[in-house]
Design a protein around this ligand. Structure first.
Ligand code: GLN
Ligand code: ZN
Length: 781
């Protein structure tokens, strides 16, 4: 570092939850959408939240005036923020921008959420987290320019309150790597090809920040750690050098901190090291301290600050603080300038464990939510400055909590362990598919092109109210049960009336497809205020999987058998699969995921056995998250697919030939996971397909998939009712590619977010379209 480089703070975090301790931002944003507040009122609430966050972080031990507090607020999404800041607005939204390119809050939300015929930006998963970002659309026509100074104003707002904070924004390389070609872009266009045009806008923004007095800026470049990026690695590394050489060469700029969460930088570290950036973060939770660096890189790193991401930003465990401190000091071999940080933004964890007074006190002592993690960072920073001895007491407390956790009842349950140890190959295998097919035909007598739904029916106000009343003790358990049964009867009668072939009970009793099982399995705990942003104003409350998992008693059997008692048609039992339960929970970090997945699988296997014994002939095990957990590093993918598919098979392979196993996946890119899907060995797989007009059937055809397949014919993300003609056309497209005997007819996904009117109309059209195709088929044989 040169003499003029400001010191990097010894302790920092890469980002902080922005939704608010009591989801204040969610409420404020939704009130604005509903038209009950003005943009100014929303801005004022957001400013209050940012002010509270700064005060909170300072109170927890981050410095007020040393750039250690990140300015990481967003009204909706940080990638959208970057797009709006650099003027990258798709042409269909061009009218929202004023002459200088700027877009007001209402326009910003329109891009995020769409409006009438104008589709919003596509939404997709942020690396291997549960957060979803909006995908920018970039083409040759995109005119980059500095179109928003929001980030500068937020820095100034902090300064006015006596803070010197650190502005955070998505870096230019990641921004383009996460973008997709715009509608106008020619075939084969690569957004990364616009880097040279984009970088000057970042330069201008950095100049503005420097002018406002920002000593440091944080540019997030998580795309550098991912191997699932559709761009040759050489091109990515060249882009890193090009962007950061250019940004570094600017005379008026803050010092640049490049953050690289979600994995190791690998060959991107030498690339970054060769540029003038002043600080680089390393995710030391996912990755390890780099070794074997070439001499040039080693020399460059000596002049930079290395920010060790040793506190897990992605999970809620208090963890091993000794090990974290150890990893940090290992970094000293690479640079004398060290700082401590979280591995990722704390966006992925709830605010504060103190907000969970009802959680078991012992469990609580093993946990660290965002605020506790900030405290851990402050502790380690203290240790870096004043030596190990200065933090001995905190290290000991963390050590004791870890030891307590290792030995606590429920964490390792001998019966669960013994059962798992006794598993053999045969437990993962069902009989031959053709024998199953025949047995199922005889047992179920389904027509050509059987119709079904994915499980949930609309969650009405009445259903939600009943659940809330039960939770508050306002109605009795018996009253609640009665209301849910009434709802199930309504849903079953409706399906009978519509003529659906495989009936569901509608899942009214489930608040959430993972939490419902977490509440009913041993080894899980649920939180009250543990909200985490999923996308925009949407939050989820992941359960905590802390111990060995087992099933104290049947969970869904009463609901499913009640539904079956109302109809002659087969009722489909409905479970959430092991991978999805893991993906949408906070999972224990003291054993491999594969082991935890097997425990969950065995609990589900028991549930399926009980469903079968109670007369349920079809069971669906949903795995919408199968694709989501796929590791970012190629080397880890085979192992993942092996255990994830294995856990699904373990949960389902205990049934008789005549019991039909369905699975449901919430996406249509079969590509990478097609072999995995085949290996699930489900009898029937339903997937999303309506939005992409059945494109996926060609992948299915090419892959030689032979089991039952239900590509969705109804886009449940939209209130639109598909017409009979539309569904007929979709089905005909599917039939061109896939043999009719394999094809099932169903919506894209569950119906819980839809209203009844549109649901009934859509299902009616689906059944009618199916009937007309059946008649045509009957006439031609
Ligand atoms: N069975 C679930 C439902 O219908 C599946 C939801 C999902 O895959 N996300 O709601
Ligand atoms: Zn789905």
């Amino acid at each position: 570092m040169t003499d003029t480089t400001p010191a990097f703070p010894t302790g920092t975090i890469l980002g902080y939850p922005r939704i608010g301790r009591r989801r204040e931002l969610k409420k404020a944003v939704e009130a604005f959408w509903a038209g009950s507040t003005t943009a100014d009122e929303l801005e004022a609430t957001a400013a209050e939240l940012r002010a509270a966050t700064r005060e909170r972080l300072a109170g927890l031990g981050l410095g007020r005036d040393d750039a250690s507090i990140p300015e990481s607020f967003s009204f909706y999404d940080q990638v959208l923020d970057a797009a709006v800041a650099v003027g990258a607005v798709p042409s269909r939204f061009a009218d929202l921008a004023s002459a200088d390119g700027s877009i007001d809050l209402a326009g910003y939300f329109t891009i995020a959420r769409g409006e009438g015929e104008r589709a919003p930006l596509e939404m997709t998963k942020w690396f291997d987290s549960n957060y979803h970002y909006l995908v920018p659309e970039i083409g040759p026509e995109t005119e980059f320019r500095l179109a928003s100074d929001r980030i500068v104003r937020e820095f100034e707002e902090a300064a006015a309150a006596g803070f010197v904070t650190r502005p955070v924004l998505v870096g230019p390389v990641t921004f383009l790597l996460l973008s997709k070609p715009s509608d106008e872009a020619p075939e084969g266009f690569r957004p990364l090809s616009r880097l040279a045009d984009l970088v000057p806008v970042y330069r201008e923004l950095l100049a503005r920040l420097a002018e406002a007095g920002a000593p440091w800026v944080q540019l997030d470049e998580p795309a550098l750690v991912s191997e699932s990026i559709d761009e040759p690695r050489e091109a990515v590394l060249a882009a890193v050098r090009q962007a950061y050489d250019a940004l570094g060469a600017a005379s008026a700029r803050p010092a640049i901190f490049v953050a690289a969460p979600y994995g190791s930088l690998d060959d991107a570290l030498p690339a970054l090291a060769s540029t003038p950036v002043e600080a680089i973060s390393l995710d030391l939770v996912r990755g390890t301290v780099p070794s074997g660096l070439d001499a040039g890189t080693a020399t460059s790193l000596l002049t930079k600050t290395l920010v060790g991401g040793v506190i897990d930003g992605h999970n809620i465990w208090r963890g091993d603080l000794d090990a974290a401190f150890g990893r940090l000091t290992e970094l000293l071999s690479l640079s004398p300038n060290l700082a401590v940080s979280t591995s990722t933004s704390l966006l992925h964890v709830p605010h504060d464990i103190e907000d969970e007074p009802e959680l078991d006190a012992r469990l609580r002592s093993w946990l660290a939510f965002a605020d506790q993690k900030v405290g851990q960072v402050a502790t380690l920073a203290h240790g870096l400055t004043d030596g190990h001895e200065a933090i001995e007491e905190q290290l000991r407390a963390a050590r004791e909590a870890l030891a307590d956790r290792a030995g606590a009842p429920g964490v390792r349950v001998p019966s669960v362990r013994e059962r798992e140890a006794a598993l053999t190959e045969a437990d993962y295998r069902r009989g031959d598919y053709s024998a199953r097919l025949q047995a199922q035909e005889e047992a179920l007598h389904l027509p050509f092109l059987p119709t079904t739904t994915i499980g949930s029916f609309p969650q009405t106000g009445d259903i939600r109210r009943a659940r809330a009343q039960l939770a508050k003790g306002l109605i009795s358990e018996a009253e609640y049960l009665g209301r849910m049964r009434d709802e199930i009867k309504r849903v079953v009668d409706l399906q009978e009336e519509l003529g659906i072939d495989v009936v569901v009970h509608g899942e009214p009793e489930r608040n959430d497809m993972v939490q419902y099982f977490a509440e009913n399995l041993d080894g899980f705990a649920v939180t009250k205020n543990g909200w985490v942003q999923s996308y925009g104003s949407r939050c989820t409350r992941p359960s905590i999987l802390w111990g060995d998992v087992s099933r104290p008693k049947p969970i869904t059997v009463d609901w499913s058998t009640y539904a079956q008692s109302l109809t002659e048609k087969p009722v489909k039992g409905m479970l959430t699969g092991p991978v999805t339960i893991l993906a949408w929970s906070f999972v224990r970090d003291d054993q491999p995921l594969a082991e935890t997945a097997r425990q969950v699988a065995l609990a589900l296997r028991d549930e399926i056995a009980d469903l079968e014994a109670a007369g349920i002939r079809v069971v669906q095990v949903d795995e919408p998250a199968l694709r989501e957990l796929l590791p970012l590093k190629k080397a880890a993918q085979d192992d993942y697919l092996d255990w994830s598919v294995g856990s699904f098979r373990l949960s389902t392979a205990g049934v008789r030939d005549e019991t039909q196993i369905h699975t449901h996946l919430c996406y249509s890119e079969f590509g990478v996971v097609i072999d995995a899907i085949r290996n699930l060995d489900a009898d029937v797989t339903s997937i999303e397909a309506a939005r992409s007009r059945m494109e996926v059937v060609h992948d299915i055809q090419r892959s030689g998939f032979e089991h039952g397949i239900g590509p969705g014919v109804y886009d449940i993300h939209s209130p639109r009712v598909p017409s009979v003609a539309e569904v007929t056309e979709l089905l005909e497209t599917a039939l061109d590619a896939i043999p009719g005997r394999q094809l099932w007819v169903n919506p894209d996904c569950g119906l819980k977010t839809r209203g009844y009117d549109e649901t009934v109309a859509s299902l009616r059209n689906i059944v009618e379209a199916t009937r007309s195709i059946r008649e045509k088929a009957a006439a031609t044989v």
